[in-house]
Design a protein around this ligand. Structure first.
Ligand code: T1G
Length: 695
C-alpha cells in the first residue's frame, strides 16, 4: 500500500482505495488493501480500520479491464482480500460514497461495519455484463436487506440510492457532511463501546415458503432473460443462500456460476458493449481536454417526425428548444405530436404531469429564423434534398450567432457539400438521428473535412447529455450504418430471386437474434426509402446489381405499414406481418424472368450472406477510416439496427466465428450469383490470413 493510501488518524488506520477513474479493484489496489490491513493489524497503536474511496467512487467493482487476463485472478484476488477483511482482529469499517458497485459493494459487505453518505449508488450490476456477483454478493446481500430486495437488485443490476437502504442491516449509519470525519467518529464509537466484530456471513437467513418465491422468480426472469444465461444463474445463487447447508457451500454455488458465465460469449458481448460504448466517445485526434462550446439553447428546423423526435431529446435533458417550421399548420402538428408522445408516457406512468409540463414549457414553436439567432446548436431536419439543405444553411449562415454549431440530420447527403453552403464550414457537423429519434439510442456524428475539433468534442458531450450512443463517422454515402445495410438489403433481394420467400429470410435472421428481419424492417421503415436510393444508384453506379423485387413491390404501391401493405399485409392496429400471395407470386415470377432455377436455401446460408455482407462492407469502412474502430461499428449495429446484443455486433460476431471461417464462407458465395461483392475486403483478408481479429 503506497503511503499516500495508508494514513493513521489517532488509533484509526485509514486505507484509501485510489485507482482512478472509479477505483476498480485491480491487482495493485487489491494488494494495497491486504497490505494495509496487515499493517494495521500489526500496529498495536491501531484499534480500528476504515476503507474509503478516493475521487468519484468508493469502488466501481472489479477492474473489468483485467477480465480474461491473468491479473484478474492473480493473488491477492478479490476473495483473498475479502478473507483478509473478515479475519482482521480489528474492526474494518467501509465508508461508502458516490458509487459502491459490484465487487466494491461485495468488499463493503465483508466488512464488520458499513456507513454511507446519502446519494451513493449501491448496486450489484454484474448481470449487465452477463455475469453475477462473484465475490459473495449473492450470499451476503440477502442477509442484510432481505431475499426479495436482494434478488431484485441482483437480477436487475439496478442501482439504489444509499438512503433507500438506510434502515436495513446493510448500513450501520448514514453520514451527512464530511465522510472521513464521520467515519473516524464512528470508528471511535465502535472502539469505545467495544462493539463485537459482526460478520454478514454469520447472519442467519430464513425465508419461509422460499420454494414458491424462487419458482415465481424463475418464471418471471426466464422470458426476460432471453438468450442470456446470467439472470437465471442469479436466481439459483440467491436460492443457494437459503438452501445451502452453510455459507461456504452457498459461496461454492456462486463461484461455479461465475466461472461458467465469465467465459460465455454472451458475457463477452456485453462487456464488449460496455467498453465499446465508452470507447466510441473518444476521437483519436481530439484531445480529451478540448474546451467545449456551451450548449444552453438549441434550435431545431423542421417539426416533422424527425424534427419533433430530435427536439424531445433536448427537452428531456432540460435544454430549451426553439422548433422552427415554415407553416403554422405544420408547426402546430409538430407541437401536438410532442405533447401526445409525452401524454402517452404519462399514461404508462413513465412521466409525471409536472415533468410533462416543464418539458413542454421549454419548447418554443416559431415561424421565423430570427428566433434562432441566439441558439448555441441548430439542427436541421428538413426534406432530404440537397437544394433545400442549401437554402437552409445559407439562411443559417446569415442568422446564426458566431460560434453556433450548425448540424444536419441528413442520412445520406454529403456533409462537406452542406458545409460548403456556409462561410463557417468549421461549425458544420452531421448529427444523424435514427427514427424514432426520441427513442433510438444511436447517433452518427458525421465529421466533415472542415469540422472543428471543439465542435466534435462538444457534440459528443451533448450526445452523452441526451443519452445517445454517439459514433463518429467520416463522410461517405450512407455513413456507417446505412452504407452497410445497403449490402445487407442487396443480399436479401438476391436470396428471394434464388429461392427464398420474405418470411423465410426474416425468420432465419430473427432466429439468429435480429429484432426484425430485412423485409419486416423495410415494411416498418418504408420500402420507398430504399427505392429512392436504388433509383439514384442506377444512375450513379449502373454496374451495382440489385434485385428487381424491391422496385416491383413499390410499383405495386406496397410501401409497408404506412400503406397498410408491403412485403406483408397488415391489419389496422396490428403489427403482425401476414404473408401476401401476390407478393410471393411476384417473387416467383422474378426468378422465372431471370431464368433462375429456384433452389432450397438453408437458414445458415441466409444468415451468413446477410451478416457477412455487413462484415465485408464494414471492413472497407474501417480501412477507409470512415469508422475509427471496429467496436464503433458494433455500437452502430447494436444500438441502431437491432443486431442481437448477445452476439456483440457484426464485428465481434465475426471475431467469434473466426475471420478465416468468415473468409472461407465468402469464397463459397463468391462463386455464386453476383459473386463480385464477396471478394473479401483487403483488411478482412489480411486479418484472417494473420490469424487476427477486428477487435
Ligand atoms: N472497471 C474498469 N473500468 C471501469 C469500471 C470497472 N468496473 N467501471 C467504469 N470504468 C471506467 C469506464 O470504462 C470509463 O473509462 C470510466 O471508468 C468512467 O466510467 C467480482 C466481477 C461506475 C457507475 O459493472 O456502471 O465487480 O472511458 O464513463 O458515468 O462481483 O462506470 O474514462 O477510460 O461509466 O461516472 C461490476 C460498471 C464489475 C460497474 C461510473 N461493476 N461501471 O459511471 O463514468 S464486475 C460494474 C459503471 C464485478 C464482482 C464482479 C459506471 C460507474 P474511460 P463512466 P460514470
Amino acid at each position: 500500500m503506497s503511503s499516500e493510501n495508508y494514513a493513521v488518524h489517532g488509533n484509526v488506520a485509514v486505507i484509501t482505495l485510489n485507482n482512478p477513474p472509479v477505483n476498480g479493484l485491480g491487482h495493485a489496489l487489491r494488494s494495497g488493501i491486504t497490505e494495509g490491513i496487515t499493517r494495521a493489524n500489526d500496529d498495536a497503536g491501531i484499534q480500528a480500520i476504515v476503507l474509503i474511496g478516493a475521487g468519484k467512487a468508493f469502488s466501481g467493482g472489479a477492474d473489468i479491464t483485467e477480465f480474461n487476463t491473468p491479473a484478474a485472478l492473480a493473488e491477492p484476488n478479490l476473495h483473498t482480500v475479502i478473507n483478509f477483511v473478515e479475519s482482521s482482529d480489528k474492526p474494518v469499517i467501509a465508508a461508502l460514497h458516490a458509487v459502491a458497485m459490484g465487487g466494491g459493494l461485495e468488499l463493503a459487505l465483508a466488512c464488520h461495519f458499513r456507513i454511507a453518505a446519502p446519494g451513493a449508488k449501491i448496486a450489484l450490476p454484474e448481470v449487465k455484463l452477463g455475469l453475477l456477483p462473484g465475490a459473495g454478493g449473492t450470499q451476503r446481500l440477502p442477509r442484510v436487506i432481505g431475499v426479495e430486495a436482494a434478488l431484485n437488485m441482483i437480477v436487475s443490476g439496478a442501482d439504489v440510492p444509499s438512503e433507500q437502504l438506510a434502515k436495513t442491516a446493510l448500513f450501520d449509519e448514514m453520514i451527512e457532511g464530511d465522510l472521513l470525519q464521520g467515519a473516524l467518529a464512528f470508528a471511535a464509537k465502535v472502539v469505545a463501546e467495544k462493539r463485537p466484530l459482526k460478520l454478514v456471513r454469520d447472519m442467519k437467513i430464513d425465508y419461509p415458503g422460499y420454494e414458491a418465491f424462487m419458482q415465481f422468480a424463475r418464471n418471471m426472469v426466464k422470458p426476460v432473460a432471453g438468450p442470456f444465461p446470467a439472470p437465471l444463474k442469479c436466481v439459483d445463487a440467491v436460492a443457494a443462500a437459503i438452501t445451502a447447508k452453510n455459507f461456504d457451500e452457498g459461496l461454492k454455488v456462486e463461484r461455479e456460476a461465475f466461472l461458467y458465465l465469465i467465459q460465455t460469449p454472451e458475457s463477452k458481448a456485453l462487456r464488449h458493449f460496455f467498453f465499446g460504448e465508452r470507447a466510441a466517445s473518444k476521437i483519436a485526434d481530439v484531445p480529451a481536454d478540448t474546451p467545449l462550446r456551451k450548449i444552453e439553447k438549441v434550435g431545431v428546423i423542421g417539426a416533422g417526425t424527425m424534427g419533433g423526435g430530435i427536439s424531445m431529446n433536448f427537452l428531456n435533458a432540460g435544454i430549451p428548444v426553439t422548433m422552427l417550421e415554415m407553416k403554422q399548420e405544420a408547426l402546430d402538428k409538430g407541437v401536438a405530436t410532442i405533447r401526445r408522445n409525452y401524454e402517452s408516457s404519462l399514461k404508462k406512468g413513465k412521466l409525471t404531469q409536472e415533468k410533462l409540463d416543464s418539458r413542454m414549457a421549454l419548447l418554443k414553436p416559431s415561424l421565423s429564423y430570427d428566433d434562432l439567432k441566439d441558439a448555441d446548436l441548430i439542427i436541421e431536419a428538413v426534406f432530404e434534398e440537397i437544394g433545400i439543405k442549401e437554402q437552409v444553411f445559407k439562411k443559417l449562415d446569415e442568422v446564426a450567432k458566431p460560434g453556433a454549431i450548425l448540424a444536419s440530420n441528413t442520412s445520406t447527403l454529403d456533409v462537406n457539400k452542406i458545409a460548403g453552403f456556409t462561410k463557417r464550414p468549421g461549425d458544420v457537423v452531421g448529427l444523424h438521428f435514427f427514427s424514432p429519434a426520441n427513442v433510438m439510442k444511436l447517433l452518427e456524428v458525421v465529421r466533415g473535412a472542415a469540422t472543428a475539433k471543439d465542435v466534435l468534442a462538444t457534440v459528443m458531450q451533448v450526445a452523452k447529455k441526451i443519452r445517445k450512443t454517439a459514433v463518429i463517422s467520416g463522410v461517405c454515402d450512407g455513413f456507417i450504418g446505412n452504407r452497410m445495410i445497403e449490402q445487407y438489403g442487396r443480399q436479401a433481394g438476391f436470396l428471394l430471386e434464388e429461392g427464398c420467400l420474405p418470411e423465410q429470410v426474416d425468420k432465419a435472421v430473427e432466429k439468429f437474434g435480429f429484432a426484425m428481419g430485412p423485409f419486416r424492417m423495410g415494411d416498418l421503415a418504408g420500402n420507398d426509402i430504399g427505392w429512392a436510393i436504388r433509383k439514384r444508384r442506377y444512375q450513379e453506379r449502373p454496374n451495382m446489381k440489385y434485385s428487381k423485387t424491391g422496385d416491383l413491390l413499390c410499383e405495386m404501391g406496397r410501401y409497408g405499414q404506412k400503406t397498410g401493405a408491403g412485403w406483408y399485409d397488415y391489419k389496422p392496429g396490428d403489427r403482425t406481418a401476414y404473408p401476401n400471395q401476390q407478393v410471393n407470386d411476384m417473387v416467383l415470377q422474378c426468378s422465372k424472368d431471370l431464368g433462375l432455377e429456384r433452389r432450397k436455401i438453408s437458414d445458415r446460408e441466409i444468415v451468413e450472406r446477410l451478416v457477412y455482407s455487413l462484415v465485408n462492407e464494414a471492413a472497407y469502412i474501417l480501412e477507409e477510416g470512415i469508422a475509427q474502430r471496429a467496436s464503433d461499428i458494433d455500437m452502430v449495429y447494436l444500438t441502431g439496427y437491432g443486431f442481437p446484443f448477445h452476439r456483440g455486433g457484426p464485428m465481434l460476431y465475426a471475431d467469434t466465428v473466426g475471420l478465416p471461417n468468415v473468409v472461407n464462407a465468402m469464397r463459397k458465395y463468391a462463386r455464386g450469383r453476383h459473386g463480385e461483392f464477396w471478394k473479401p475486403a483487403p483488411l478482412l483478408a489480411k486479418l484472417a490470413a494473420e490469424g487476427k481479429t477486428f477487435n
